[in-house]
Design a protein around this ligand. Sequence first.
Ligand code: CU
Length: 176
Amino acid sequence: MSGHMIFRCRGGSLLSIAAMGLALVVMALPAVAHDYMVGKLHIDQPWTRATPGGAKVAGGYVTITNNGSESDRLVAVRADFSADPQLHEMSMNDGVMIMRPVEGGIEIPAGQTVELKPGGLHIMFMGLSEQLRKDETRKVTLVFEKAGEIDLDFPVAPIGSKEPPMMDHSGHGMTN
Ligand SMILES: [Cu+2]
């Protein structure tokens, strides 16, 4: 009986050590949030890409998961730095890949994840009013039909990136 108690006690200690380790790992992560919740939607890893000087467009990317039981729809995007943010899809036209605005917004079906990424569905920031430089961050508002609006931080990846920028900016600001 007492042996059983000791076993449980040890188990408890191990668990709390593991929990402390996890807390340390969480604390070591950079403070920049890269995932968000709005209503039943989980929004992960928004990012955009640096632009050459004078460029008038930039892409925007984000992953949206609908944990609800009803379909929702990304209907609009707003951003201070873009006169006309649009939602685009890629499609083949006479053997050539083209992009065009998505009619009626992008559906986020119940229980599914929709990824906006280079070469697929994406946000297109038209009419840029300023250059986007790597390591900067831009505020962007996504508007959903049911879940409503949410403001996100879009970190800026280097020109030509196919993937989100590294989130760890430790030391950033000390060297440049
Ligand atoms: Cu586009």
